[in-house]
Design a protein around this ligand. Structure first.
Ligand code: GLN
Length: 245
């Protein structure tokens, strides 16, 4: 753990969970995007990198967890369940963005290496299992209007898992291109917890999601930023998969 103390009361405290186990396809970029978007608005940031041997601090504002292979995913779930810090943080109102393996871990169960059910953290009313074919490629989806309006979601997916949503979560988006949960939806959310299959990293492709998380933490939408470079990346990736508008 790099640091466990708040430098100032007003600092946005970002907690990056298990970079040693769960951080595929550049998911750590989500941390960098959040940090930069807060700093560009004059919001001081303190980031804590929590390795899997360390306890998860309970006083963070925004928690991030990434994707991973099956074995690190099972190990990560076991350690997070035993630690309990992330569950306590969410219970006291922290925001969480969980990606791919991290997303599946937040549910009741997910599929292990042989498809056996492995218990999750039960922070989202979802269950995941292993599908019959790997979902791999670009994804585009329309974000739930209740969260926005927010721009079309773009990202990259690579997973065997399929996810079933229970009645206590809402789909994060409806897929236009790609597989996502496997039922025409991608990701889900409940309260301040967002789960998604998207890499890219997700917040670099979708800075509006980063601002949603920041807004939940500071109590209202943050000031707009010049997003020229983000917009270029988004336009390029969306143009690659969507028919010309
Ligand atoms: N192991 C999980 C699956 O295949 C998650 C993969 C990932 O995080 N990229 O569904």
């Amino acid at each position: 753990m790099q640091s466990d103390r708040r430098t100032t009361e007003s600092a946005l405290r970002i907690v990056w969970i298990y970079p040693d186990l769960l951080s595929t396809y550049g998911d750590q970029g989500n941390v960098l995007v959040l940090e930069q978007r807060a700093l560009r608005r004059g919001i001081p940031v303190e980031t804590v990198h929590v390795r899997s041997a360390d306890p998860v601090p309970e006083t963070g504002d925004i928690y991030l967890i990434g994707g991973g292979e099956d074995r690190p995913q099972i190990l990560g779930a076991e350690r997070l369940r035993r630690d309990g810090g992330l569950n306590r943080a969410v219970a006291r109102g922290a925001a969480l963005l969980a990606v791919c393996a991290g997303y599946q871990i937040m549910g009741t169960t997910f599929g292990g290496e042989e498809g056996q059910p492995v218990p999750g953290l039960e922070l989202l009313d979802i269950a995941s299992g292993r599908g019959t074919a790997r979902a791999v490629g670009e994804l585009a989806a329309e974000i739930a209007p209740e969260l926005g309006p927010l721009p079309t979601l773009t990202g990259f997916e690579n997973h065997m898992g399929v996810t079933w949503l229970g009645s206590a979560v809402r789909p994060l988006s409806r897929t236009i291109v790609g597989i996502g949960n496997g039922d025409g939806t991608e990701g889900c959310y409940a309260g301040k917890v967002i789960g998604t299959y998207l890499h890219g990293p997700a917040l670099a492709r979708n800075p509006a999601l980063a601002d949603l998380l920041i807004g939940w933490t500071i109590g209202g939408p943050p000031a707009p930023l010049d997003d020229t470079w983000y917009d270029r990346l988004r336009q390029e990736r969306l143009a690659a998969v969507l028919p010309a508008q």
